[in-house]
Design a protein around this ligand. Structure first.
Ligand code: ATP
Length: 867
């Protein structure tokens, strides 16, 4: 029994032990699972924490970024707004009081906004708080009285100070203070309306509006119309009506007065009538800008909820000073337009297809006066006595044209026969590299060089021929048709201006005759080919010179007469006698009375302003636009480097041309070409330089020799028989690649022929007593030995050639310096000699194998001892 129990106990124990064992195992497993779970929980928690930190950092970064961008955007926006605000309220409309002064509005600009204070938005710097008024709104101001009145005074001063004197007519209704509230404005002579005057004021305004409305064709312009309208002079001044109503006004106002006020509110702005009201209710209308003032701050309709820190009121003494100076200016009248006022909004947008139209000034009502050139009128005559402003007018006109028409549309040829350099401003100079891109040619100091005027007219004559031929090829009648048929061609309109042109026609000589013929031809046929002449003359005689040829004057149908000009307008048209200084009569009907327009001319004398404009145009020049040719009659041209051997010894094997050209000086022509004397292997190809001016004679010989040396192999014999020329001759000798030197001690003329050309340069050959020279002159050229010699007079040359009765056949060409025309008779093809009045640095060149008549040249400066 006992063993059975024992066995049972043992079995139970065993089972218990097993159960405990498995429970422990389960426990251990559970423990380990718990450990595992805890570990995982820790991991998740760590990850969560990291995630939170990262998220926080990301959020911070994002917030920083947003804030930074926000700040940047706000600053940028504020900058834009400030820029916009500054351009919307320029000058007197926006300047702080301490810097304030009245400002002229840009001609043709619309009135802008007016500053009343500043707005601060967050921490950006303050922006100006601007409100509309002229051409835009009525103002209704409410709030405590002194602050409101201060604000109104400020607005009035800005509106008046940013418009021209007389542009705004001020009316003040101030029954309480009898005008005292705006007393500092008294010098401007505003209309003060006393108590009981409101009704008639409103009636008068309503009537005014009706009148303006009718003049506008019975249609009130909308605000958009006002903004879009092309600015022009105001037919009527703005009416600015300040109503400072007291309690009695409100109480006593009748229903019809209220209705009248309502009508003015609705229709006033479109007709230039603006109310500035405090103390009266105004009907709601899009044109009413309400400003609510609270002590030093305010809000207004156009700025929404933004709070405005109001500006202090303008100092009363500033208002009074402004009033006085404006009243003074009104008494003396408004000034003329400025040159800048003539500029278009955008440069070079006009086409010259059908003509050129450019303003040259304004009329007294401020309208710009435009001057046409084209098919009708084709040419212009400008007249006025010395100092009346012709040159100034020409500069103004050219400036106005040059801002409208680019170089593809307009080409200018300018000649000034006055003693002056006025057109030099259009060409590049030592201080200013810019030039006016439309100018092709400018001639200054040409009063002594009528030949240059002739050269320009010949050039224009050529251009006329080219255009006429091109037009014929395309079957086109006039410039517009030619341009349509040949759209890729370069056919700008040409305007040729000749200031003091009578100089060109003075002197009864071949130059005057040919010039008059050319002017006549250009005037007659230039119209259809787009070539227009503008001639200016100081004295009546010049115009009479043209009148001598009635056919010549007829095409000049545009007449511009300056004060006291005579014979520019028709005989019965006396307008020029009565116009004031710096005015002109513009008449497009040949000066007939009844077709006058009086124009006030701007002052074009501001060099700095002109230079700035010219630079702007110069920078806009198209690629390939060539610099203008400047002919300065006072400048001595240098022998171009390309015409000198420059130390280079020509190769003996270089072929020598059949007739190398000796360069003697610069031709007076448009292209500034060198005048050449061809030295072929023919009898008579010798040159005589004649006259007593040593320096110029030396320069002619040196230019000839150096240019020959630069062309190919040649040998030179330099013979100097005049001590005064020896310095120059020696310099030439040194520069020539192959040369012999002779002087009085060893001079001889039996010079051998060589297998290369041999040039004999003789200084003062009249001093050579040796025989042989005449033979050399006669026989040398056929063996390529040519004499280029200087004789001091024609009789001395004759002596060399055999004395009285000698023939000049061996002298094929000559250059005369200070030799009177009559002395040249034996060398001149026509009897009586050429018309030649010697002048400094000018020579008469005649080559009998090419010239019919001699031509004037400018001897080059070869070696400047001054530089
Ligand atoms: N519209 C103007 N406003 C102000 N000054 C002017 C005006 N027109 C000309 N002047 C000035 O008057 C002077 C003479 O002008 P300008 O040289 O143009 O006259 P002109 O008729 O060409 O005289 P001249 O034939 O003697 O040269 C110059 O000093 C010029 O600056």
């Amino acid at each position: 029994m006992g063993s059975h129990r024992n066995a049972l106990v043992a079995a139970v124990r065993q089972e218990l032990a097993e159960a405990r064992g498995s429970a422990r195992a389960v426990l251990a497993a559970a423990e380990s699972a718990r450990g595992e779970a805890q570990h995982r929980r820790r991991l998740v928690r760590d990850a969560y924490a990291t995630c939170l930190t990262q998220l926080a950092a990301a959020r911070e970064a994002a917030r920083d970024d947003i804030q930074r961008r926000y700040r940047g955007e706000t600053t940028r926006l504020a900058g834009h707004l400030r820029g916009l605000a500054t351009s919307s309220a320029t000058g007197a409309a926006g300047a702080p009081w301490r810097l304030w002064s009245p400002s002229e509005p840009e001609r043709g600009s619309r009135p802008g906004l007016l500053r009343i204070g500043a707005i601060t938005f967050e921490d950006t710097t303050a922006l100006p708080a601007l409100i509309p008024l002229l051409d835009a709104a009525h103002l209704h101001v409410s709030g405590p009285s002194p602050a409101v009145d201060d604000l109104i005074a400020g607005v009035l001063l800005r509106a008046l100070g940013s418009t021209r004197p007389g542009d705004v007519q001020l009316t003040v209704y101030d029954p309480e203070n009898l005008g005292g509230t705006l007393a500092p404005f008294a010098p401007l002579n505003p209309t003060f309306v006393g108590p009981g005057g409101l009704g008639s004021l409103l009636d008068e305004l309503a009537e005014h509006i009706l009148r303006v409305h009718e003049s506008l064709g019975g249609q009130y312009p909308t605000l958009a119309d006002l903004v879009a309208a092309r600015p022009g002079p105001r037919p009527e001044p703005w009416r600015l009506v300040v109503l400072l109503a007291d309690r009695a006004t409100t109480v006593e106002m009748t229903a019809s007065q209220r209705a009248q006020l309502g009508r003015i509110v609705r229709t006033g702005v479109a007709c230039g009538v603006h109310l500035v009201v405090r103390g009266l209710e105004l009907d709601d209308d899009p044109t009413v800008e309400r400003i609510v003032v609270r002590d030093q701050t305010a809000t207004c309709d156009s700025l929404g909820r933004l709070e405005i820190r109001l500006d202090p009121p303008p100092p009363p003494e500033r208002i009074a000073a402004f009033g006085r100076s404006t009243a003074e200016r009104m008494r003396s009248g408004a000034g003329p337009a400025r040159l800048a006022d003539l500029e278009p909004a955008k440069y070079w947008t006009e086409s010259s297809l059908h003509g050129l139209l450019a303003p040259i000034g304004d009329s007294t009502d401020g309208t710009l006066v435009e001057v046409p050139l084209g098919d009708d009128p084709p040419h212009a005559l400008i007249g006025g006595p010395s100092g009346s402003g012709k040159t100034n007018l020409i500069h103004t006109w050219l400036g106005s044209l040059a801002t409208r028409y680019g170089p593809e549309e307009l080409a200018l040829y300018l000649l000034d026969f006055k003693e002056g350099v006025s057109f030099a401003r259009y060409a590049a100079g030592p201080r200013d590299p810019s030039w006016l891109p439309q100018v092709r040619l400018a001639g200054i100091n040409v009063n002594g060089d009528r030949e240059f005027g002739l050269a320009m007219l010949r050039h224009l004559g050529e251009e006329l021929r080219t255009r006429a031929q091109a037009a014929k090829r395309c079957d086109a009648g006039r410039l517009a048709e030619l341009r349509a048929e040949d759209p890729t061609g370069h056919w700008p309109r040409i305007v040729a201006v000749i200031d003091e042109f009578p100089v060109l026609l003075s002197g009864r000589d071949a130059v005057a005759d040919e010039a008059a013929d050319l002017v006549e031809d250009l005037a007659r046929r230039g119209r259809s080919q787009g070539i227009h002449l503008v001639l200016a003359s100081e004295d009546a005689a010049g115009i009479q010179a043209l009148c001598g040829r009635p056919g010549l004057i007829a095409p000049f149908t545009l007449r511009i007469a300056l004060p006291k000009a005579r014979r520019v307008l028709a005989d019965d048209n006396l307008a020029a006698a009565v116009i004031p200084r710096y005015h002109a009569v513009v008449n497009t009907e040949s000066g007939m009375s009844g077709a006058n327009r009086i124009v006030r001319l701007p002052d074009a004398g501001d060099r700095t302003g002109w230079r700035a404009l010219q630079r702007r145009l110069w920078r806009m020049r198209p690629t390939g636009c060539e610099e203008p040719r400047l002919f300065d009659g006072d400048a001595v041209p240098r022998l171009p480097a390309a015409l000198r051997p420059a130390g280079r010894v020509p190769d003996a094997n270089t072929p020598v041309g059949s007739s190398p050209g000796a360069v003697l000086g610069e031709r007076i022509d448009v292209a500034a070409q060198p005048a050449r004397f061809r030295l072929g292997r023919m009898p008579g190809r010798n040159l005589a330089v004649l006259g007593t001016r040593t320096e110029e004679a030396c320069d002619v010989l040196a230019a000839a020799a150096l240019s020959l040396a630069a062309q190919g192999p040649a040998h030179f014999s330099v013979i100097c028989l005049e001590p005064g020329a020896s310095h120059s001759a020696a310099r030439l000798f040194a520069e020539l690649p192959s040369a012999d030197w002779y002087d009085a001690t060893d001079v001889h003329f039996d010079l051998p022929a060589r297998d290369i050309p041999h040039y004999v340069l003789g200084y003062a050959l009249d001093a050579a007593a040796r025989p042989g020279l005449r033979t050399l002159l006669a026989d040398g050229p056929e063996q390529r030995v040519h004499v280029l010699g200087w004789w001091r007079s024609v009789p001395r040359l004759r002596d060399t050639l055999g004395g009285i009765g000698a023939r000049f056949d061996s002298i094929g060409a000559w250059v005369a310096l200070d030799v009177p025309g009559a002395d040249l008779t034996p060398l001149h093809p026509q009897p009586g000699g050429p018309v030649w009045y010697p002048r400094t640095r000018r020579a008469l060149f005649f080559d009998r194998s090419v010239h019919r008549t001699p031509e004037v040249i400018i001897p080059y400066e070869v070696n400047s001892d001054h530089t």
